[in-house]
Design a protein around this ligand. Structure first.
Ligand SMILES: Cc1cc2nc3c(=O)[nH]c(=O)nc-3n(C[C@H](O)[C@H](O)[C@H](O)COP(=O)(O)OP(=O)(O)OC[C@H]3O[C@@H](n4cnc5c(N)ncnc54)[C@H](O)[C@@H]3O)c2cc1C
Length: 456
């Protein structure tokens, strides 16, 4: 029989949440032996590519947010609104994460919009600090070691065909893809959105909620639009609209995710080579993740290019411009500073107005009204999700009621903990997804350390 290795805690998955759990656990309980196993040949893959290579590590809320209200305010950036997150955010705040990084030699900077990055603007700094901490704490990292199977001690006692445990303290036996066996007293599932991680979770009795992509761009088949790739607007309002008949086919649970006023978000907007992107689109994809999936990504993106002005004001501005720029071609005299010229010309075309029309010839009824309509309610039909690798997170995963909210320990399986993206928690862009990784990792590390101490 093959001899198996033993660790007090085995972390399955060498991503952000796995590394941070292992390191925080050694900080809290240095006497424990901890190991990370990673299925790929290298670790921290998503950290490396995160934030466009800069790694948006967390999010600092505006100074006007009172300290005591920060944890609750943070919860507003997680579209599925999980009350269970409050405790984790109270125990590990964004500022604590920045302080931890600073203490470990990684200064950070916070941009105007609250996104925090390493001062180097290089995700390599975060990778390096985690790898160095593991080395300093003597945490072995076994790569190319996918966990394919896990059994609990109680199961082997009842089934003579299963391998017998060799270590008295061990509660779990894990088989790796290279056939190595590892035993552990506690295990932490930190497998992100991988299928094999979901299977392990189910094997351990955890229940899963449906999984759908979140944080993606919209594909829009409009040749004139995509010719404008690179054009951006600083602040727009976007709304998702689903055909009524289609919406009625959505399950009740999905229909509930659509407020009466529709799914509406504001933010910067960017035209891409295949459609539209930017914070407003990513936010809509997150809030509308389940409805969009149910519609097979067939919806209308209704765009308001001038959200701070109402129809009446816009009509007045347009009429005034007709007088002030009477002899100028309409393409050369846009009365709205926020609109780039190429966007203005695109909207003129959408309104059916020739760009070389002198303003004085722009008719009241059809042209001015139609122009106002496309400025406030341009309908862009979504035909799919963006085709590149901008799918940032998975919504859904291990259901929160199946874990203890204070420790993230599985209710069905004592000694098995869940962290990071594997949990049914997903946030908006801006550093919220990593913050959930750090906060859930801290919760689990502290819970294991406390349990260990109380068992002495
Ligand atoms: C392109 C991109 C950019 C992003 N940028 C940001 C950003 O700037 N800020 C932000 O907050 N969030 C960002 N995110 C989201 C963020 O990366 C994730 O929320 C985060 O990485 C989740 O961490 P995790 O450790 O839970 O899972 P993962 O990072 O997915 O790590 C899980 C690890 O487990 C391993 N694994 C899976 N199954 C097994 C198994 N059976 N045995 C052993 N190992 C296994 C996987 O190989 C993987 O390495 C970005 C995501 C993407 C895709």
């Amino acid at each position: 029989m093959a001899t198996s290795l033993y660790y007090d805690c085995l972390v399955v998955g060498g991503g952000a949440s796995g590394f941070f759990t292992a390191i925080r656990l050694k900080e809290e309980a240095p006497q424990l032996s901890v190991c990370i196993v990673e299925g790929q040949q290298s670790t921290l893959g998503k950290v490396k590519i995160s934030g466009g290579g800069r790694c948006n590590v967390t999010h600092i809320l505006p100074e006007t947010t009172e300290n005591s209200t920060i944890p609750k305010a943070l919860m507003g950036f997680y579209p599925r609104q999980y009350p269970q997150l409050l405790g984790h955010f109270i125990n590990w705040s964004p500022q604590q994460m920045l302080d931890w990084l600073e203490k470990h030699g990684v200064p950070t900077h916070v941009e105007k919009d609250g996104r925090a990055f390493p001062a180097s603007d290089d995700s390599g700094s975060i990778v390096h600090v985690f790898e160095s901490a593991c080395e300093a704490w003597g945490i072995p990292i076994r790569t190319g070691a996918r966990v394919t199977d896990v059994v609990e001690r109680s199961a082997t006692e009842a089934n003579p065909h299963l391998p017998t445990f060799q270590h008295a303290e061990a509660q779990f036996m894990l088989r790796l893809s290279n056939n190595t066996l590892i035993e552990a007293k506690t295990i932490v599932l930190a497998t992100g959105s991988s299928e094999s991680g979901y299977q392990l979770a189910e094997q351990l009795g955890l229940s899963l909620t449906p999984k759908v992509p979140s944080l993606f761009t919209f594909k829009i088949d409009d040749a004139e639009l995509v010719e404008l790739a690179g054009v951006s607007l600083p602040w727009v309002k976007g709304k998702l609209q689903f055909p009524k008949a289609l919406q009625e086919t959505f399950t009740k649970a999905v229909q509930k995710t659509i407020p009466k006023s529709g799914i509406v978000q504001e933010g910067a907007f960017l035209v891409t080579h295949w459609g539209v992107s930017g914070p407003v689109v990513l936010k809509l994809s997150a809030w509308g993740a389940f409805a969009l999936e149910a519609s097979q990504y067939q919806a209308t993106f209704l765009l308001d290019s001038l959200p701070s002005l109402n129809d009446e004001t816009i009509m007045t501005v347009l009429r005034d411009e007709r007088v002030a720029s009477a002899k100028k071609w309409i393409a050369n005299a846009c009365p709205f500073e926020a609109l780039p010229k190429r966007w203005w010309v695109y909207l003129l075309n959408k309104a059916g107005i020739d760009e070389f029309t002198p303003w004085q010839e722009v008719g009241e009824k059809r042209a001015i009204t139609q122009l106002c309509e496309v400025l406030k309610r341009l309908a862009l039909p979504i035909t799919g999700k963006g085709v590149f690798k901008e799918e940032f997170v998975t919504a859904g995963g291990v259901s929160l009621p199946s874990v203890n909210p204070n420790s993230l320990e599985a209710k069905t399986t004592a000694g098995c903990y869940v962290v990071g993206e594997l949990l049914n928690v997903d946030g908006l862009t801006g550093g919220f997804n990593f913050h959930h990784c750090w906060a859930s990792a801290n919760t689990v590390a502290c819970a294991i350390a406390v349990k260990e101490e109380s068992s002495l």
